[in-house]
Design a binder for this molecule. Structure first.
Ligand code: SF4
Length: 325
């Protein structure tokens, strides 16, 4: 059996807060992705999605404490902190940050920024780097003769494509994309999603797509993990999550997606996510759950395998509790 390209095992992240408090942002997160796979991390704001992928890149601030393992081709890249993750950052695992299209340097041409990334990581230099930067722009759908243009001369969609080109400058194996279509209009969103899908297919690139937007995940990803309260609530093929969801939160998330025909009522999820700076006892979703029963306020659910590739953390799936539900 071959090992996955990337395996995250028992990832935990705490942040030190003023006055000695801590915020437990990511809790026991485990998942793995294969080469060329497109995997979604989905959930409401503050559920730990972005913190999870920043931890994979070793990009959390010094107030964060991280534990767990991140195995890239079997090597634990977090084992020695910055020392072990630095050689892999941008070269093996790269990232498109939230709002990346607005983070391009306004006083440097787009081409110079891509060339700089290549030269910094020893990928190519001088004319060779510039030629490769042109090829990268072409690959993301921008004419290479625009290398010498400044970001303000690009539309929002083109700036996002340029940000994707920069993230690919060092030929990574894994691309982490954090809300890559936020703030783009619907047509441009669709083009960017198609672009990510095409790049994944053509380059064998593994894409981990972070979003609060379930239709985006359904469009691009084959599998996804639904996060809630810093934990994985359910993980599996997107089709399974949609048609055979085994966690009430996943079901409510899908029900909360607006129906484009307007025929079906949109259901909002009552209540608010749990505070992560307080201990969570029992199931984190319990205060909002319409299926909560006896063990939910006190017993913490663990991920239970429901099929070869499907797991959910809900007592309703646990034979030990089902009898009392
Ligand atoms: Fe709802 Fe209980 Fe399942 Fe949590 S464990 S999602 S509260 S039924």
């Amino acid at each position: 059996m071959t090992s996955p390209l990337l395996a995250v095992q028992d990832l935990e992240v705490w942040f030190d807060l003023p006055h000695g408090d801590t915020l437990h942002a990511v809790r026991r997160v485990s998942f793995s992705v294969e080469r060329g796979e497109r995997f979604g991390l989905v959930g409401e704001s503050g559920c730990g999605k972005t913190t999870t992928i920043l931890a994979l890149m070793g990009l959390l601030p010094p107030t964060a404490t991280v534990s767990g393992r991140v195995l890239l081709e079997g090597e634990d890249i977090l084992e020695d902190g910055e020392t072990s993750v630095r050689p892999h950052r941008w070269t093996d695992i790269s990232m498109i940050f939230q709002g990346a299209m607005n983070a391009l340097n306004p006083v440097q041409t787009v081409g110079a920024q891509i060339v700089e990334a290549m030269e910094l990581h020893g990928i190519a230099e001088g004319a060779d780097a510039k030629s490769q930067a042109g090829q990268l722009l072409e690959m993301v759908g921008i004419a290479p003769d625009r290398l010498d243009r400044y970001p303000h001369e690009f539309s929002g969609g083109m700036r996002q494509r340029a940000a994707i080109a920069m993230a690919l400058a060092c030929e990574p194996k894994v691309l982490l994309a954090d809300e890559p279509t936020t703030a783009l209009d619907v047509m441009v969103q669709a083009q960017i999603l198609l672009l990510l899908e095409r790049l994944s297919q053509e380059l064998g690139l593994t894409v981990i797509l972070v979003t609060h937007d379930l239709p985006v995940v359904a469009e691009v990803c084959g599998r996804a993990a639904v996060m809630y309260g810093g934990e994985i609530a359910e993980v599996g093929p997107v089709d399974t999550l949609y048609h055979d969801s085994r966690h009430p939160y996943t079901r409510l998330l899908f029900a909360a997606v607006p129906d484009p025909t307007g025929e079906e009522e949109v259901v909002s999820i009552p209540g608010a996510p749990p505070r992560l700076d307080r201990p969570i006892v029992g199931c984190p979703f319990q205060p909002r759950c319409d299926r909560a029963f006896e063990p939910c306020p006190t017993e913490q659910p663990r991920l239970i395998a429901l099929g070869a590739d499907h797991q959910a953390a809900c007592h309703l799936n646990d034979p030990a509790f089902r009898a009392v539900s």
